[in-house]
Design a protein. Structure first.
Length: 407
């Protein structure tokens, strides 16, 4: 039994109960037909077959990372790891399994909530959570207006108005005071090679990768100019452009010039292309802290590593040089250029710190000990057997016995 619908088509077959006569069935069919005509009932339209939803977040993210690698971005390996561990498997169903075009702001709000929960559970730091969110926000921004057209799979950015993870306590960083720096420079128990490296990093306030990438040809002794225009690519090997892609030339600090003359002469004598050889990155900070303690430098701020303080790192040698320049009263624009900062706000952070220690103005960038200028390095742990240089009275301090060179 099938009633006739309002548009003249036949409706679905209606099964009659057992024992119903044919006459009764026809009567019921007429009643259903009259009802369909009266109510304007028609057959439901055929199901619409939706177009494919596009790539999943996981598939899109892989194409995105490949594109970033093609453009030479050094952070791609870290990006992939963060996406794989902290983004794609999160939520239910997992973000990675969803079509990139279907993810909504509410999904990302739940994702941020998940990040905050993991920070509270101490599964990751608040800074890492912030970096992960910045990566996700960048991904959805590129899904709208990437320069690679194939990556444009959305018309809107669902991350645009989503608040990121909560910020935690920003730990106070430290840097060397001039007297502490000189104590290290004058300690004969610290290998000469390491003292030279520390001085080079502080007085150029270049990044570690930039110092390691310095070639002899980058040091213009005649005009007293240093050219910083490349850095070590630790992830892929070889060289790359400097951070912020801001190569720079600047005047060599007068007190550093004698050391650079020796380093250039030594490199040329051995046929080396690079100015200095730098130990592996992971060894730099631990060695620095150990040598400071050997030199009698024990200020708690340099070694504390707790909820509010961050212990001294090798990168903080650069921070010392930038802060010293601000203490000396150098123009912020000059400091910004020399440090290779992209934003003046970064430079002003050092200027504000310098205002609290203006009493150090007469002490910054002190003359380096003449011991550092001796050509060549003797086999005795890189330490020449010479008398230590006398520290000027304004820097005088008790020198540990083991830091005094033997006669």
């Amino acid at each position: 039994m099938r009633p006739t619908l309002a548009d003249g088509t036949r409706g679905d077959r209606v099964c009659q109960p057992p024992g119903m006569s044919e006459a009764k069935a026809r009567e019921k069919a007429r009643a259903l037909t009259e009802l369909a005509q009266r109510e304007g009932v028609t057959r439901a339209p055929a199901a619409v077959v939706l177009a494919p939803a596009g790539p999943t977040f996981e598939a899109w993210a892989e194409a995105w990372c490949t594109d970033r690698a093609r453009r030479g971005l050094a952070s791609v390996a870290d990006n992939r790891a963060n996406l794989r561990n902290w983004v794609l498997p999160r939520l239910d169903p997992p973000l990675g399994s969803r079509p990139m075009a279907s993810i909504e702001s509410s999904d990302l709000e739940r994702f941020v909530e998940d990040l905050d929960a993991r920070v509270r559970a101490e599964e990751l730091s608040w800074k890492t959570a912030s970096n992960i969110w910045m990566l996700v926000a960048k991904a959805f921004k590129d899904a709208v207006k990437s320069k690679t057209l194939a990556l444009r799979v959305r018309k809107d950015n669902p991350a645009l108005n989503v608040a990121g993870p909560d910020e935690g306590v920003r730990r106070a960083k430290s840097y060397l005071y001039p007297s502490e720096f000189l104590a290290l420079m004058n300690c004969a128990a610290v290998p000469l090679r390491w003292r030279r490296l520390v001085a080079l990093h502080v007085y150029t306030y270049a990044r570690a990768g930039e110092v390691e990438a310095l070639h002899v040809e980058d040091v213009d002794l005649r005009h007293r100019v240093l050219h910083v225009h490349r850095a070590i690519d630790r992830k892929r090997g070889g060289l790359k452009e400097v951070k912020t892609n801001m190569p720079r030339r600047f005047s060599i600090e007068p007190e550093l010039l004698p050391l650079l003359e020796v380093l250039v002469a030594d490199a040329r004598a051995t046929g080396a292309v690079r100015l200095v050889a730098v130990p592996p990155l992971h060894a730099l900070a631990p060695r620095l802290r150990a040598y400071l303690q050997r030199a009698g430098v024990t200020r708690a701020e340099l070694f504390a590593d707790d909820a509010t303080r961050k212990r001294l790192t090798w990168h903080d040698l650069r921070s010392a040089g930038i802060t010293w320049a601000a203490i000396r009263g150098d123009e912020p624009m000059h400091i910004m250029h020399r440090a290779g900062h992209e934003q003046m706000g970064t430079t002003m952070g050092y200027v504000r710190e310098a205002e609290s220690v203006e009493f150090l103005r007469s002490e910054v960038f002190p003359p380096l000990p003449a011991e550092l200028f001796l050509p060549g390095i003797l086999p005795d742990r890189g330490r020449p057997r010479v008398q230590p240089v006398v520290i000027p009275s304004k820097f005088s301090r008790s020198t540990p016995a083991h830091c005094r060179a033997s006669t």
